[in-house]
Design a protein around this ligand. Sequence first.
Ligand SMILES: Nc1ncnc2c1ncn2[C@@H]1O[C@H](COP(=O)(O)OP(=O)(O)O)[C@@H](O)[C@H]1O
Ligand SMILES: [Mg+2]
Length: 259
Amino acid sequence: MIIFDKVSKVYPNGVKGLDNVSLKIEQGEFVGIIGLSGAGKSTLIRSINRMHDITDGSLSVDGVDVESLKGKQLRSFRRQIGMIFQSFNLVTRTTVIKNVLTSFVPDLPFWRVLFGVFPKEMKIKSLEALDNMGILDKAYMRCDQLSGGQMQRVALARTLAQNPKIILADEPVAALDPVTARQVMDDFKKINKEMNISVLINIHHVDLALEYVDRIIGIKAGKIVYDGKASEIDNEILKEIYGGDLDKVGSSEDLLKRE
Ligand SMILES: Nc1ncnc2c1ncn2[C@@H]1O[C@H](COP(=O)(O)OP(=O)(O)O)[C@@H](O)[C@H]1O
Ligand SMILES: [Mg+2]
């Protein structure tokens, strides 16, 4: 369980990224975080794996105070949390399998990394993760030969190979066309439902969020303004989250027509 207790994050320049946020996320939840650009979505998820420090309140994951972790403990804590980015963060000039194998680098002696000699069981785990994402046949292709959707699947396979409890995804489908975006959202849903991995996705496409996730957290200027079932979101709530400016809501025409 992830618990935010009155968490604030003030950046060194004085900007408040999060303002007194309290929330609980149970193991296995599928959560979408929505809000305008600059609302604090990235700040929220990046606090969970300590990509940055919070400045007030407390944040715990399965009873562990995230801010208290140091050195080796922090590194092993971070390994339980997968991170997926809009830009995939792959080494595109090398093969798919090598990208997945990089998830084992922290477990290996330096010479193995240097010479690219990975133990057999790690190769097997990597191939299994690729199979899980339906791209086993791409294992020995270079990443730069793949489509955007396939690259995001490689990033997901790399994350799965480390057996995460939680996956944090920061705008994972923002760079993809609508059809591919749906396929990648299907992958997140599959991972969430079949493996009981908690999935938190920052997503500015409201219609995709409502279609896929179970719970929506709406944030505005660092504050939570909605936290509840995706199925209970209506236009009033969207207006609150998006400051009345529904033009800025990512492709929600269908939603608006329902009114
Ligand atoms: N490293 C940083 N330094 C200073 N301000 C930042 C930094 N990162 C984000 N911010 C500010 O914090 C606020 C929240 O940003 P962010 O969490 O990136 O929003 P979102 O992901 O919803 O677009 C914004 O005002 C943004 O400009
Ligand atoms: Mg962001």
